[in-house]
Design a protein around this ligand. Structure first.
Ligand SMILES: Nc1ncnc2c1ncn2[C@@H]1O[C@H](COP(=O)(O)OP(=O)(O)OP(=O)(O)O)[C@@H](O)[C@H]1O
Ligand SMILES: [Mg+2]
Length: 489
């Protein structure tokens, strides 16, 4: 298979012999779409020094990908998930501490075992321990001159090539690739199905068997109220930097409350792709999931609607993937497209997310009107939330409407609202008290605000609904409290 590589020195036609080379070039193409190809860089820098970033960028240009060290607040996996393709050499630092560097080395080498590792750090007495314990290939002073830096990078690149860990052309500047039709045929499968474009590409793909003709989609048994042209639609992401803060609880009850204002025009998307638990918390048994909702067949609006699961309180659910592996295959781009498509058919789209700021959550934030930030009252959670705000502001990804919810408030926490606000650096919009009714409702498979209307946590969540939809003023007739199992009919 021929690949035309237009590099700096003109045009080079090569038969791709090296399996890794072929795989990476395919990856490069698959990592972007036809118009916007993502360039996969050989060098990766994770640092907290904007000045060092700029310096290295001026030395390496497009050969360098930079990931801000601030992402380390959400764990090393948050950094690794942002790495496109297979970098060959990673520079870690300056301004990363030992624990952060160790976490990064482990996470990066688990995914890219052949990676060359350089720590960028001043000479200090403990440096030898770093080198021994972290299996680094080199240490570079942040003050090293350009020549020294380039010489070190070249030496490490040569060593990686000599040891079969890389090939010389890996270190070329990335260039747009033209790929022949035969490869394109293979690539289309990943691009159009919404499946993660970073999934490994098989070396010799079997020709795809022709798919069985899809059975005619069944007409859904419920009504989808038509959305009049011009009706404003809202998409609301529920996010938190750490797990277990109450995102799912808030998302479910927001959907329930909003469905009182816009019955059957609310959809709740479980974008906690690997471990989503919305259907379990609502005692639903979904026939289809988000994997079906982003598949080719769901390009047809009627088919997309058959992938939704209806809840009797008047909203729909896009269920999470049936297994973490399948969830992993839903690409960020496919999730964003799904949100946009749902916004054209539903008045409110609520998105429950994975903890942290992985790629899926970042792209979700780009496609919503509102974000509900949920944190509990612990100092580590509050600090992580503050860092999340700072990072989103820096990346210009803060949605237009921000709602801050402090969940599980407890007067014995030792913190006042004022303390919380000073740690967060922002005013608190809602406080949802700790309540045993939350767990009871979840175990019963009923949304809290319908399970126990008088519960203080339910009332607090209702006030979030009211802020998003002021017309959702709770009229008694609208609130259909469910009978508890031990109550007479
Ligand atoms: N206000 C509250 N009072 C008491 N318990 C609560 C409250 N809010 C949430 N919980 C409980 O805390 C736990 C975590 O809540 P939830 O699943 O909503 O959080 P999450 O942020 O979605 O978690 P994950 O990150 O695992 O998806 C659950 O057991 C839930 O019942
Ligand atoms: Mg959750």
């Amino acid at each position: 298979m021929g690949v035309v590589h237009r590099g700096r020195g003109g045009e080079l036609r090569a038969d791709v012999a090296h399996p890794r080379e072929r795989q990476d070039r395919q990856y490069r193409y698959r990592a972007g779409d036809r118009e916007q190809r993502v360039l996969v860089s050989a060098y990766l820098l994770v640092s907290r020094s904007a000045e060092y970033e700029t310096r290295l960028q001026s030395l390496l240009g497009e050969r360098l990908a930079v990931i801000p060290g601030e992402f380390l607040t959400f764990g090393p996996d948050s950094v690794v998930s942002r790495v496109a393709g297979s970098p060959r050499i990673a520079l870690l630092g300056p301004v990363l501490n030992y624990e952060e560097t160790r976490g990064l080395v482990e996470a990066l080498t688990a995914k890219h075992p052949d990676l060359g590792l350089i720590v960028v750090r001043e000479q200090r007495s403990d440096l030898e321990d770093w080198v021994d314990e972290l299996a680094l290939h080199a240490v570079l002073s942040p003050d090293a001159g350009d020549d020294t830096t380039i010489r070190l990078l070249d030496r490490l690149a040569e060593w990686l090539v000599e040891n079969g860990r890389a090939i010389a052309s890996d270190f070329d500047a990335p260039a747009a690739l033209e790929i022949d039709e035969e490869i394109l045929g293979v690539l289309d499968v990943g691009l159009e199905s919404g499946v993660d474009s970073s999934a490994p590409v098989p070396e010799e793909p079997e020709p795809e068997p022709r798919p069985e003709p899809e059975p005619e989609p069944e007409a859904p048994a419920w009504e989808f109220p038509p959305l009049d042209a011009g009706t404003p639609t809202e998409a609301i992401a529920v996010v938190a930097p750490k797990g277990g803060q109450g995102k799912t609880t808030i998302a479910i009850n927001l959907a329930t409350g909003l469905a009182e204002v816009a019955p059957n025009s609310v959809v709740l998307v479980d974008a906690d792709l690997q471990f989503g638990d919305i259907t379990a918390a609502l005692a639903l048994s979904p026939a289809r999931t988000i994997v079906d909702a982003v598949a080719d067949a769901a390009a047809d609006e009627l088919v997309l609607k058959t992938t939704l699961t209806h809840h009797e309180d008047g909203f729909f659910v896009v269920a999470s993937a049936p297994s973490p592996e399948l969830g992993d295959q839903v690409s960020p781009r496919a999730l964003a497209q799904l949100i946009d498509r749902l916004r054209s058919a539903f008045r409110y789209v609520i998105i429950d997310t994975t903890p942290g700021l992985g790629e899926h959550t970042l792209i979700t934030l780009e496609h919503v009107t509102d974000a509900v930030f949920v944190t509990v009252m612990g100092v580590p959670s509050l600090r992580a939330m503050r860092t999340e705000f700072e990072l989103l502001t820096r990346l210009a990804l803060m949605p237009g409407n921000r709602h801050i919810v402090v969940n599980q408030t407890d007067k014995n926490s030792g913190l006042t609202t004022k303390d919380v606000e000073s740690i967060l650096g922002a005013p608190v919009d809602f406080e949802v008290p700790k309540s045993s009714a939350v767990l009871l409702a979840s175990n019963r498979g009923v949304p809290l605000i319908h399970d126990d209307v008088r519960d203080p946590a339910a009332k607090a969540i209702r006030s979030i609904v009211l802020r998003i939809a002021p017309e959702a003023f709770p009229k008694r007739s609208r609130i259909q409290r469910r009978r508890r199992s031990n109550e007479p009919e």
